[in-house]
Design a protein around this ligand. Structure first.
Ligand code: MRU
Length: 342
């Protein structure tokens, strides 16, 4: 599979997810502004992938700074960081990665500008590699929770496409599949942008993992019929009390799972935990354009002109609905999540 994001020939390559599954196209970014645009417009999306891509974009931006002092370099770099942090508000991985990139400049006042530029590339690459390792660890811990023959419901896309590779929720599914467990995945289509239909279904199909696509509205009926044994989703930000913000519709799945006595797990790396947020209520929820709701992907209108629309991109699932959080350091009860922070 083409990597979600990579540093190649001094540029940032992004697999353009807004075109999937119809077209598999790589966006070659020559400047950091193109990377900001790609994050804002969901060409690359998913919390860990947003963080990794932001780091790559800032490394790219750093290469274009031609000044004569460390102070000027840092000033210009921080302007780029501010612009990057405006790309999207909810996934904390964006701000976590920007902070890591800023910290590269700490205590390097005496180094040459070309050395700073190299260090920025090195840090972005490290963030990417660490993300893949964290996902594999999540996969290994999570696979132990899955038993042979289970059907797993997932929402949105928390796969290789949403990370630097392997995936979080889909990482658990990949690891379970590798251990020859006869599993099946039910993918919620995930309105309005259809990350489940366009990305999760595509990604799992590519890997030959059995997957069935459903409308979001069908999840409750399938649970009622006993056809879903476990739910696993990703996260965009986890608060100190274990509340989880993830793609809109996650809360509905969690409530349904609780009513039907189905385990509901969240899979996320430590870079998604934000202990500065006491509870999920404090986490900013992105509101996206009304056209995502009023038009189909083809551009065709499905609502009357001028209709009032609400389009929150994420919702908050309180800790009490979550059976466990699968992290790169182990599986924990939501209220103990703060102990998993690096
Ligand atoms: O709007 P998106 O596509 O960026 O939302 C993505 C999600 O909500 C994912 O479930 C989350 O980021 C976890 S990805 C491992």
């Amino acid at each position: 599979m083409i990597p979600t994001v990579e540093w190649k020939n001094g540029l940032v390559n992004i697999l353009d997810q807004s075109l999937l599954p119809e077209k598999v196209e790589v966006l070659v970014c020559h400047d950091y502004q193109t990377v900001v645009e790609a994050i804002s417009n969901l060409r690359v999306r998913g919390a860990p992938a947003i963080g990794v891509t932001a780091a790559m974009g800032l490394a790219l931006g750093g290469q274009s700074i031609h000044v004569s002092s460390f102070e000027e370099f840092q000033r210009e770099f921080h302007v780029m960081c501010d612009s990057m942090s405006d790309a999207r508000p909810t996934a904390v991985n964006l701000f976590w990665a920007i902070d890591r990139m800023k910290r590269v400049l700490l205590h390097r006042k005496e180094e040459s500008l070309s050395s700073l530029q190299q260090q920025l590339i090195h840090e972005a690459q490290t963030i990417l590699e660490e993300d893949i390792q964290m996902n594999q660890a999540i996969g290994d811990f999570g696979a132990k929770l899955i038993t042979d023959g289970q059907t797993i419901l997932t929402h949105c896309n928390a796969g290789a496409l949403a990370t630097a590779g392997y995936g979080t929720a889909l990482g658990v599914i990949r690891s379970a599949w590798k251990t020859k467990k006869g599993i099946r995945v039910i993918a919620d289509e995930t309105r309005p942008v259809l990350q489940g239909a366009r990305l999760t279904a595509w990604e799992l199909q590519q890997d030959g993992i059995p997957v069935t696509l459903i409308t979001d509205n069908a999840a409750g009926a399938l649970m009622q019929q006993g056809r879903i044994h476990v739910c696993i989703v990703g996260a965009d930000r986890i608060a100190a009390n274990g509340d989880v913000v993830n793609k809109i519709g996650t809360y509905s799945v969690a409530v349904l799972a609780k009513v039907h006595g189905i385990p509901f797990y969240v899979a996320a790396p430590s870079s998604t935990i934000d202990v500065t947020m006491a509870s999920g209520q404090d986490i900013p929820i992105e509101q996206r354009s009304s056209t995502e709701v009023t038009t189909l992907h083809s551009g065709r209108s499905i609502a009357p002109e001028g209709i009032d629309v609400l389009n929150p991109a994420f919702d908050m699932t309180p800790a009490e609905y979550i059976t466990g959080i699968i992290t790169n350091r182990g599986v924990v009860a939501p209220h103990t999540i703060a102990t998993m922070v690096s």
